[in-house]
Design a protein around this ligand. Structure first.
Ligand code: PLP
Length: 384
């Protein structure tokens, strides 16, 4: 099986596995315990906090550990909603992950406005300036990179604009961590990441929060993280996450992203040339080097591309649910003006650092075989 679904979850990197096993052996104590075993675990967490803070460009005290990005997003939005003036609104990007959209809907009940995106999937920064003449939001949430399309958002520009306007800014950086440099994220008021998207373990992540001032915690209980996130920390998970991030950042620094982007680009060029009507979502704007979102020909929901490719030995994902039946089309693609029937033909391919050029070529060949077989059976069949 060739695994090309890293935006859903990236397999554990050997370096993360080693760090996890090592930490599980060396730090059995609860970091809050008063004995030396506890102190050693606390010290290891503190070291990890400094290492991550150095990457993000913030203070170690600004970081709290979470159980992944969903918890980090919920914590950030919950805090912003409770810190807001009564009745204040949240502006949330139209292509945000449900971890942001659903929590905004919940905590800013009835007070969420969508920042529109253009046909390429980029948030319209001009909308912020225009809207600001009429109102002042309590939170602006714009992700760093989209999970379905890989489109990179102008989060640095939005961050700086929010800072100048003294409006709290939250960046869900889940898909960018480990793939693009993360420096500058620490300058966001709130920023979230998740280990399993870049080769760390599942169920561990981080949130950058303001170190000073009142913080409205979501998880309450023990006094961990200065009361900002209660619950015994996942020491081994945190150490494995930071090891994975450092490993990925070394690949970025070594310039290994550019050739990988070129492999993805030739795959897309072949798909658009050989599979009639194929369209690349987000073509022409900066995207993550690992992601390709394609609207493929032929919309037979019973024989989706994903199923056919799975049978051919490739794990890829739908960019959206099938347009017919009970499933709704992807809100991301809908926000980009893509029709429900087109969205039903979306396939997302997402590679990892260890994906090879040969694997991209093998996928290209498999897609051409699937297409040829489907043509031979009148467009609704395929290799069973
Ligand atoms: N935000 C984005 C952009 C994501 O892609 C995901 C996962 O798909 C999440 C948040 C949620 O992450 P987790 O699985 O760590 O809760």
């Amino acid at each position: 099986m060739i695994y090309l679904d890293h935006n859903a979850s990236s397999p554990l990197l050997p370096v993360a596995r080693e760090a996890w096993l090592d930490a599980a052996d060396r730090f059995p104590g609860n970091p809050s315990s008063p004995h030396r075993a506890g102190a050693r675990a606390e010290h290891a967490l503190e070291d990890a906090r400094h290492r991550l803070a150095a990457r993000l460009g913030c203070q170690a005290a600004d970081l709290i550990w979470t159980g992944g990005a969903t918890e980090a997003c919920a914590t950030a939005i919950h805090h912003a909603a409770l810190a807001a003036e009564p009745g204040a609104v949240a502006w949330v990007g139209a292509v945000e992950h449900p971890a942001v959209r659903e929590n905004a809907r919940c905590f800013f009940a009835g007070r969420v406005e969508e920042i529109p995106v253009d046909a390429r999937g980029l948030v319209e920064v001009g909308w912020l300036r225009e809207r600001r003449r009429r109102e002042r939001p309590a939170l602006v949430a714009v992700m760093a990179a989209n999970n379905e399309t890989g489109v990179l958002q102008p989060w640095r520009e939005v961050r700086d604009w929010c800072a100048a306007e003294h409006i709290p800014f939250f960046c869900d950086a889940t898909q960018v961590c480990g793939r693009m440099p993360v420096d500058g994220l620490g300058a966001c008021d709130l920023a979230a990441g998740s280990a399993h998207k870049f080769g760390g373990p599942r169920g561990v992540g981080f949130l950058k929060v303001p170190a000073t001032g009142e913080f409205h915690a979501l998880l309450r209980g023990g006094k961990q993280a200065e009361g900002r996130r209660a619950g015994t920390e996942n020491v081994a998970g945190v150490l494995a996450m930071v090891a994975a991030l450092e490993w990925c950042e070394a690949r970025i620094t070594a310039g290994e992203a550019a050739p990988r982007a070129a492999w993805r680009d030739s795959f897309e060029a072949a798909a658009t040339a050989n599979l009639p009507g194929t369209r690349i979502v987000g073509a022409g704007v900066p995207r993550l080097w690992n992601t390709s979102s394609l609207l493929l020909p032929e919309a037979d929901c019973r024989q989706r591309w994903v199923v056919r490719l799975d049978k051919a030995g490739f794990a890829v994902s739908t960019g959206s649910a099938c347009a017919s039946g009970s499933e709704e089309p992807s809100p991301v693609l809908t926000a980009m003006g893509i029709s429900a029937s087109e969205a039903g033909r979306a396939v997302r391919v997402s590679a990892g650092w260890n994906t090879t050029e040969t694997e991209w070529s093998a996928l290209r060949d498999a897609m051409e075989r699937v297409w040829a077989a489907s043509r031979a059976t009148g467009g609704s069949g395929g290799p069973e």
